[in-house]
Design a protein. Structure first.
Length: 242
């Protein structure tokens, strides 16, 4: 069984980002921003309520403390400080989940924090330290420290495939500060191959192994709704019943 997840709830104050209202009915799991790269207390509450309306599970999407850079710039930060940063953000979201009678489904680091945890042991350990407190699964990438350290620490690991990002020759993600639109049909085809073959084609033209427990689409990709619709249609046989 595969799920479709989406990084969302990233609007801030009067500023809008992503068509969450249209995306929420199309997904199974929402990764909700916790205020450090996007969102605020009002948007967190609204996103939780929207997910509840459509029966969508919610995970925390904590980031580096980088609102100006949308969490997509790396920072030098130690394990203890990073753990505290994650605990703070997840705790804020969990308060809104408690208020709506919902449970925390998982933790998925955002942006540069996600990338750092994939290759830096102290950051991956910090993510696991936070998960020790909340006792929920962790989302990440197969074949990286996400998988090895999270599982070694005893946490359930959900391997993701990205519908709207390109992959480097070594299998790492190409994360840009602003995401470009992608061809929905191509994205859907790549997702189906990731599920059936466990592989994807990189920008260099080689194939790399990927996980596909969950397919991710970013709400800030310009045509995220069209991509999600196409992916859902292509992989429908593998999705949970709604």
């Amino acid at each position: 069984m595969v799920t479709i997840n989406c990084d969302m709830g990233e609007a801030f104050s009067i500023y809008k980002l992503g068509d969450d209202d249209s995306l929420m009915p199309l997904i199974d799991v929402a990764n909700v921003a916790c205020g450090f790269h996007g969102s605020d207390f009002n948007h967190m509450r609204k996103t939780v309520q929207l997910a509840k309306k459509y029966g969508v599970k919610i995970g925390a999407h904590p980031s580096l403390p980088d609102l100006q850079g949308f969490g997509r710039r790396e920072m030098k930060i130690g394990r203890e400080e990073m753990t505290n940063c994650i605990l703070y953000q997840v705790g804020a979201l969990k308060a809104f989940l408690d208020a709506e009678g919902m449970v925390l489904n998982h933790i998925k680091p955002h942006g540069s924090l996600y990338g750092m945890a994939s290759r830096m042991e102290d950051i991956a350990e910090a993510v696991a330290d936070a998960a020790d407190v909340y006792k929920v699964p962790l989302f990440g990438m197969k074949g990286t420290l996400h998988e090895t350290i999270y599982q070694r620490r005893g946490h359930a690991f959900v391997a993701e495939y990205y519908a709207d990002l390109d992959y480097n020759q070594d299998g790492s993600l190409i994360v840009t500060r602003e995401h470009d639109a992608k061809d929905p049909a191509d994205a859907a085809s790549r997702c189906l191959r990731a599920i059936t073959d466990g592989k994807t084609r990189t920008i260099a033209g080689n194939d790399v192994a990927v996980g596909s427990d969950s397919i991710c689409v970013h709400s800030d990709t310009p045509n995220a709704v069209a991509i999600t619709q196409a992916v859902r249609e292509a992989v429908g046989a593998y999705l949970p019943a709604r």
